[in-house]
Design a binder for this molecule. Structure first.
Ligand code: HEC
Length: 148
């Protein structure tokens, strides 16, 4: 009888304890949610293009080509965000306007080599899909950085 009482008490108290701690499992997950595009941008692009995207990263002054302001891509294209061009620029399948050698790394190749490092899913996606997912997230993040 005592044992039953004790386990009943524990079962009743557990949700109460969770409530009191203010930590529902959903809230805990939301706390740890990651903005993939932002994460990728900050780790691969901000050194040159700056955290703000305006081309003022710490490496920019050391490049011979001007590092473009990525927040005005839509404004400079009649208000239309050039999604396809951005994606291909990141991938490296489109020629950049600058003269001489391309200063921006070819991320498509790098991401494919890193394969599915960032994706914790099983079975792991093929290198192409993993790279495409990361580049799409980046292009979508840049879309969010556009000035009105
Ligand atoms: C080593 C510095 C460097 C890094 C790192 C870098 N870029 Fe660039 N990026 C440049 C330069 C410089 C240009 C201008 C073209 C050129 O000379 O390569 C450019 C051009 C671009 C353009 C073309 C803009 C336009 O007007 O069409 C886009 C889009 C872009 N970068 C996005 C990114 C993204 C996204 C990342 C991260 C995945 C990134 N860049 C990382 C230096 C860099």
């Amino acid at each position: 009888m005592k044992a039953i009482l004790r386990s009943t008490t524990a079962a009743t108290l557990l949700p109460v304890a969770l409530l009191l701690s203010g930590a529902s499992p959903a809230a805990l997950a939301a706390d740890r949610a990651v903005d993939i595009g932002k994460l990728e941008y900050e780790s691969a692009c901000a050194t040159c293009h700056g955290l703000s995207g305006k081309g003022d990263g710490p490496v920019a002054p050391h490049l011979t080509a001007r590092t473009p302001d990525l927040t005005v891509l839509a404004r400079d294209n009649k208000g239309v965000y050039p999604f396809d061009r951005v994606l291909k620029t990141i991938d490296g399948t489109v020629e950049l306007k600058s003269h001489g050698t391309r200063q921006m790394p070819v991320w498509g190749r790098i991401f494919r080599q890193q394969s599915s490092l960032h994706l914790d899913v099983f079975p792991p996606p093929d290198a192409d899909s993993a790279a495409r997912g990361r580049m799409l997230a980046l292009a979508e993040y840049l879309y969010r950085l556009q000035v009105k």
